[in-house]
Design a protein around this ligand. Structure first.
Ligand code: ADP
Ligand code: GLC
Length: 490
């Protein structure tokens, strides 16, 4: 098939996390793989990211590029140029040790509290992005056509560009999660050097605060979000987190583009974290991974016990409290549960309790563990993702790719990627998982029991697994959709 020839574009892709440099969730996966996919299409995409220690340590061929001077509160910052390990995507990291080199995560300290100077840390990320987006950028030999910012952390960029008084690149804001808005006190408007007249309902102000994300939604030339269903949902009060009015006003500029996945990083046939590689024609190997996982996690070695896997941030969004609510009947049915995740202490605690009560059937690992996330994805029989809302969700796609059919609720990208199993979808070959509607434990339990019934019918289960493994989850179509959004602005 011949692709329509398009002019290569220069795109500055601004993000607060990117795999494999630093990751807390799906934004990192997207920032690691979408720029690489766009580069394969011929575009000159470069990443801009804070120079956390993990980033500067892992960047390849790192070299000092330039200093950016006269920034509010911090004076000057350096830019380190390098390449992403694996894909070679060019990266620029902002060197400001006082902002980014700390023990703890990118957004939270070691005790899980937000860094108090986050408005400054990500205000500077946004301002540096806006500076590089100007036609008179200090990086004179690389002036971008598009500045593509992601979530609240770089959401102020379009506002800085608009108020700079200089001609600038076009801006695209991708919303990965409207629940995180970067709202802070009005005083930050002046501290970050933004004009006070812009602190207004038609501008930076959002319910009496400066909002990084609202500023992005207001000023960006185009807005994308990470699934078509979420694009519609965020324009309603149930999912808009207060921004539904503004989003509805901008409706014609909003594009819902389903995330792809990195099909090299997530490939059961080549995954270095798995002792027994497999593909859709050698699914029996998956049982050996399950046995190794049961042994590793201290669960009863029983190939027939259905193993239900979860890898997730532990927050209200992800609905895993519903799993706690229906765990006992599932354990009585002989199921096993394997959880990897971290987040809200109450949820961590409750899962710990369950594991103490059922040590041979429940395994709980609190913390971030890349190899184990792959091993659970491969070794589990069924993947659970009962999210209350889910802009896209990548784990259900990893489950599809690994022959581990997901049980999901219907919102956002879950609806756009998982096809419920029923007689019609089995007949037409689209059945690849199990979908339920209401966020309550009895609906989740019914969906899991439906999955268990199919699991016991081996030929049918094999079909459902293979349907998922055959889905095209790559970036191909979605990267073309981003290209279309960029071109429409130029
Ligand atoms: P979100 O970004 O909302 O957390 P996604 O499903 O889009 O949800 O992406 C989550 C990503 O983070 C996946 O790559 C998942 O494997 C990974 N992940 C989540 N929790 C952990 C953990 N505790 N250890 C390792 N990887 C994790
Ligand atoms: C956010 C969303 C998740 C999405 C990810 C990447 O973290 O919660 O649904 O998959 O961003 O876009």
């Amino acid at each position: 098939m011949s692709r329509q020839k398009v002019n290569p574009l220069r795109v500055l892709f601004v993000t607060s996390e990117a795999f494999p440099l630093i990751k807390t969730g799906g934004l990192a996966d997207v920032s690691g793989s979408l720029p690489a996919a766009l580069r394969e299409m011929g575009h000159d995409v470069r990443l801009l990211i804070p120079g956390y220690r993990q980033v500067t340590e892992k960047l390849q061929n790192a070299r000092q590029l330039l200093q950016i001077e006269q920034l509010p509160m911090v004076g000057s910052v350096g830019l380190l140029a390098g390449e992403m390990p694996g894909t070679g995507v060019p990266v620029m990291a902002i060197l400001a040790p006082q902002l980014y080199e700390r023990e703890g995560g990118p957004y939270l300290d070691a005790k899980g509290r937000e860094w108090l100077d986050n408005p400054l840390r990500f205000g500077i990320l946004s301002l540096v992005a806006a500076t590089l987006g100007r036609k008179d950028s200090p990086l004179a030999d690389w002036i971008p056509d598009i500045v593509h910012v992601n979530d609240w952390q770089s959401g102020l960029t379009p506002a800085f560009m608009r108020h700079s008084g200089a001609p600038c690149a076009k801006s695209v804001l991708s919303i990965h999660n409207l629940a995180f808005q970067g709202n802070c006190a009005e005083e930050w408007v002046g501290k970050l050097g933004l004009p006070h007249h812009a602190y207004h309902i038609n501008g930076l102000e959002y319910y009496g605060q400066l909002s990084f994300l609202k500023a992005g939604v207001y000023y960006a030339d185009s807005i994308t979000t990470v699934s078509p269903t979420y694009a519609a949902e965020i324009q309603t009060p149930d999912f808009g987190f207060g921004m539904e009015g503004l989003l509805t006003n901008r409706s014609k500029d909003i594009h819902g583009i389903l995330n792809g996945i990195d099909t090299n990083e997530w490939n059961p046939a080549t995954d270095p974290h798995l002792a027994h590689p497999y593909d859709e024609n050698s699914l029996d190997e998956k049982i050996r991974i399950k046995q190794a996982l049961q042994e590793h996690l201290g669960l009863t070695q029983d190939a027939d016990a259905p193993l239900l896997g979860m890898v997730s941030r532990l927050t209200h969004q992800k609905g895993l409290d519903l799993v706690l609510e229906c765990a006992k009947p599932l354990l009585a049915d002989g199921c096993q549960l394997a959880l990897l995740g971290g987040g809200e202490p109450m949820l961590e605690h409750s899962f710990w309790h369950l594991a103490l009560e059922y040590p041979q059937q429940v395994s709980v690992n609190i913390g971030y563990n890349e190899p184990l996330s792959h091993q659970i994805m491969a070794g589990a029989d069924i993947f659970l993702m009962p999210s209350r809302f889910e802009p896209c969700g990548l784990n259900q796609m990893y489950g599809l790719r690994y022959g581990t059919p997901p049980v999901v609720r219907r919102p956002g990208g879950l609806a756009d990627s998982v096809q419920d199993t029923n007689p019609a979808s089995l007949r037409d070959g689209s059945a690849n998982g199990f979908v339920f509607d209401l966020a309550n434990a009895s609906e989740l339990l019914a969906a899991i029991r439906h999955a268990l019934a199919c699991y016991r019918n081996k030929p049918e289960w094999r079909q459902i697994q293979q349907n998922g493994m055959h889905c095209d989850l790559s970036w191909k179509h979605s990267a073309e959709a981003y290209q279309g959004v960029y071109q429409s602005l130029l």
